[in-house]
Ligand binder design. Sequence first.
Ligand code: ATP
Ligand code: MG
Length: 352
Amino acid sequence: MDLSLAVLSGDGIGPEITAATLHVVAAAERRFGLGLRLSEHPVGVAALAATGSTFPAETAAAIKAADGVILAPVDTYAYPAGQPNPSAIVRKSLDLFANIRPAVARLPAARRRAEIDLVMYRENTEGFYADRNMFDGSAEFLATEDVALAVRKITREASTRIAREAFRAAARRRGLVTAVHKANVLKRSDGLFLEAVRAVASEFPEVRLEEVIVDAMAAHLVRDAARFDVVVTTNMFGDILSDEAGELAGGLGLAPALNAGSDHAVAQAVHGSAPDIAGEGIANPAALILSAALLLRWLGERHATSALVDAAGAIEGAVDAALADPAAHTRDLGGTATTMVFAERVANALKD
Ligand code: ATP
Ligand code: MG
């Protein structure tokens, strides 16, 4: 099976961690014979200089045609007003409704903050961040000069589709879905979200559903993160809780994400473009490497190609092997290794 990946190397540390990630993907290709066809397309500051747009039409067409996308972080602060945010356009044009963020303790026991192995399914199209066309490009508006109102949109359809992804994942994992909500106060909106989740739960008798209020969830994560398997929640709660879970698992440099829709998926690290360390070759590429692994697994499951699923697991194992040696740690983890030294260690671990 020949699949294509569109690679968008972004701004700031983006090009450095993209090169590292492609080095690892190439090693996986050699070992597993994946038959991936990779092509790079311009975005961000480099694209602006070359084409006049931070998201040129050629790139827009390429991401739709590709089977999967690797999107490195972009630095929208550096763009002139009116230039598109590539990350937002990719999400919208491919209808990526699920923001999937695993939080896995990968560092050696002495260096980790918590025992944690969960995956968060965050609804990515509505909630408080929804419908940016609602009020003059925003989901909020000024009722008077002194009163601001924000509108939170929850629909049965969007709640059902994110819940279905979460239950499918739990059925393949440890069989527990935790739905996080605030239905005690937000009775109508989170009430509707919970109703949709419960309806999906009835399709998955082998998966257990528990419901936890969001403030309690923030505490539970700190106290006993290990008990969670799959967490499903609305947009803003997921934004906040996934940062908390990511920090417990080892921090930004290790936090991967997959943005998935029904036909497309995009590998994207949780962190930003880190302009403060760009160009120094010291950024941690692990988050983007692990995001690429999530994409390969998604493609493998979708196209029933076991080599891709095996490659994803092997990349994760190779990252663990590299992280087991403090000499391979980048500066954010307290080490002195460069971006490419880490990538080389991961690629080497993939050989055996
Ligand atoms: P954004 O608005 O794009 O999310 P941010 O302000 O959240 O940006 P990041 O770019 O995510 O910031 O970076 C936050 C801090 O973490 C910075 O000091 C940055 O250098 C550091 N950082 C982020 N990603 C990495 C990485 N992969 N390796 C090392 N340090 C990183
Ligand atoms: Mg940020």
